[in-house]
Design a protein around this ligand. Structure first.
Ligand code: NAD
Length: 357
């Protein structure tokens, strides 16, 4: 039985990248029945929304989607299709493996980290009051003189429920993927209520995995320094939303940047696999940008589907093409204007050729 997967080409460079990724995955040995669903700027005019219900219905039905980047339309309606998808499908985990592949230019060799970021709470919950509003004044009243009268306010909710499920995900991921350690990262010396709850919950979850997976804690500022000095000491990091957003970009930078950084948004019911990068509109339709990040997101998807052999084969083929350094896009060449750089399609084809050889 083939796996039914929703394919969202997205916009900007999305369609070129998803086409390359689809061809690679179709050559991996795994059987996938793709169901293509358009979303984003392209459908906005016809359907009045960049995220029609048919897209959500398809993902709910198939439980798995591979998604190209989607431009966030300016003004009105849904603020971001990407955020709306995460909220409406309760995709509470943002999983971002950051692994260095030989041949990718970076200041660090051999980094292999996994960032597990909580996706629904924290300062990103969207509970905000502009300065001078009645709600802002109410909160200022509650704070008893600790907030200036002309302050705007963003609320930082961190729940025991939200912390428990994200830390549980991190430990389960560590166990299932042969990882040795989970590090919880927050800042409870300052945010004793919210970040204190995050760490307390993490310690409780860690007890369930004692003797199987190590556990330690770092403050987020110290962790940033650790990561740029000794990234090899860390393995799986679990963080609340805001710190997770910042550290996952830092870790992507450690291993070579946006072109090679895959990701996944995962809930209890469904999972959406996508690269970290956006729709890079200035390169749209130019057959130029690097398909690696989306193809490696496809590798995560194959593992999620239980197709670990196919996943290993694709990862090895990607690694081999990058290590050879011949059929790679401009961003993987020694200089950005290297005339030997190939396009998105050609890099995808080189990976397919490795898979079929
Ligand atoms: P971006 O990631 O699209 O592009 C920034 C720059 O990074 C590009 O100009 C390019 O130089 C480089 N880059 C990106 N992807 C690359 C690739 N695959 N290969 C090589 N180089 C690559 O970021 P942006 O310009 O800030 O955002 C553009 C649009 O994408 C915005 O509308 C934003 O909202 C949206 N966005 C969508 C998602 C998503 O769909 N999950 C994520 C981030 C941004």
């Amino acid at each position: 039985m083939p796996h039914a997967v929703t394919l969202i080409p997205g916009d900007g460079v999305g369609p070129e990248l998803t086409e390359a990724a689809r061809r690679v995955i179709d050559s991996s040995g795994a059987e996938i029945a793709w169901e293509t669903q358009q979303a984003g700027v392209a459908v906005m005019e016809q359907e009045g929304t960049p995220l029609p219900d048919r897209v959500l219905d398809s993902i709910r039905r198939n439980k798995v989607a591979l998604k190209g980047p989607i431009t966030t339309p300016r003004g009105g309606g849904i603020r971001s299709v990407n955020v709306a998808l995460r909220k409406r499908l309760d995709l509470y985990t943002c999983l971002r493996p950051c692994k260095h592949y030989p041949g990718v230019r970076t200041r660090f060799e051999g980094v292999d980290l996994v960032v597990v970021r909580e996706n629904t709470e924290d300062l990103y919950a969207g509970v905000e009051f502009e300065e001078g509003t009645a709600e802002a004044k109410q909160v200022i009243g509650l704070a008893g003189g600790r907030i200036r009268d002309d302050a705007a306010i963003s609320i930082k909710p961190i729940s025991a429920f939200g912390s428990e499920r994200i830390v549980e995900f991190a430990f389960r991921y560590a166990l299932e993927n042969g990882r040795r350690k989970v590090t919880a990262v927050a800042k409870d010396n300052i945010m004793k209520a919210t970040d204190g709850l995050f760490y307390r919950t993490a310690r409780e979850v860690a007890k369930r995995y004692e003797s199987k997976v190590e556990y330690d804690e770092w403050l987020v500022d110290a962790m940033c320094m650790q990561l740029v000095q000794k990234p090899e000491l860390y393995d799986v990091l679990v963080l609340p939303n805001l710190y997770g957003d910042i550290l996952s970009d830092l870790c992507a930078g450690l291993v070579g940047g946006l072109g090679v950084a895959p990701g996944a948004n995962i809930g209890d019911e469904v999972a959406v696999f996508e690269a970290i990068h956006g729709s890079a509109p200035k390169y749209a339709g130019q057959n130029k940008v690097n398909p690696t990040a989306l193809i490696l997101s496809g590798v995560l998807m194959l593992r999620h589907l239980g197709e670990s052999k196919a996943a290993d084969r694709v990862e090895q083929a990607v690694a081999a093409v990058i290590a050879e350094g011949k059929s790679v896009t401009y961003d993987l060449k020694p200089t950005r204007d290297d005339p030997t750089a190939v396009g998105t399609r050609e890099m995808g084809e080189a990976i397919v050729a490795r898979l079929l050889s």
